[in-house]
Design a protein. Structure first.
Length: 227
């Protein structure tokens, strides 16, 4: 096999669902998820997905026992794996609307990434739409770690825009315990989104960056709910 062949993506599965097409590809030693023709994520790095979890935990008030975390988007599993590797987290809830992605983890190739984390007794997978869950759920979480798009200004499907609207951010705030933290992954920083968080009543708004080899850094937007 030539070097070119080794880096040519191979489609492992392709599904049509209620939100469009999702594809799992293998490229060399890595897996890629493509949604509606838009590259979402792969297993080549994962630093920013892990930062999403670490930064949220670090932002929580000290001394909070067994904080609960909701992870919005299962993806390739890096955020879940990071949370399950940290004994300080209590309940770990993952919301994923795409049955295909859940299948790729529970009985498919991505299980080699997330298998141990999925078997963790703290972990629960909810097969539902994140925006719907935030608006209809009654339970609260100490941290919301959301990674369902390429950022507030680069959504995968049109309905996801509601998450970053004033009503969507109000729903996020309602799902947080007092002093809880909202962490939102993005492929680029956004001063407009930072202001939207402040307008929605969050405080201590800040952005952490993950440097990339070329181009704009990945970021995690962080904001706290008041006590």
């Amino acid at each position: 096999m030539s070097v070119t062949d080794a880096h040519r993506p191979v489609v492992l599965d392709r599904r049509e669902g209620p939100f469009g097409e999702v594809v799992l590809r293998e490229r060399g030693d890595d897996f890629e998820i493509i949604a509606n023709g838009c590259f979402l994520m792969d297993t080549s790095d994962g630093r920013s997905e892990r930062l999403l979890i670490d930064a949220a935990l670090a932002a929580l008030p000290a001394g909070r026992p067994g904080p609960s975390v909701l992870i919005g988007g299962l993806g390739v599993g890096f955020s879940l794996v990071r949370a399950a590797a940290e004994p300080r987290w209590g309940r770990i809830t993952v919301v994923e609307r795409e049955q295909a992605i859940v299948d790729w983890h529970l009985g498919g190739p991505l299980g080699r990434v997330s298998g141990r984390a999925l078997a963790d007794p703290r972990t629960e997978i909810l097969r539902t739409d994140l925006v719907t869950h935030l608006h209809t759920a009654t339970e609260r979480y100490d941290a919301l770690c959301l990674d369902i798009d390429n950022g507030p200004g680069w959504t995968v499907t049109e309905g996801n825009e509601n998450l970053y609207s004033p009503l969507g951010l109000a729903a996020c705030r309602a799902r947080l315990t007092p002093g809880g933290v909202l962490a939102v992954w993005s492929a680029q920083p956004s001063a407009d989104f930072e202001q939207a968080l402040r307008n929605a009543g969050f405080h201590a708004v800040r952005t952490e960056e993950v440097a990339v080899a070329r181009g704009v850094p990945d970021v995690v937007h962080l904001a706290l709910r008041d006590h």
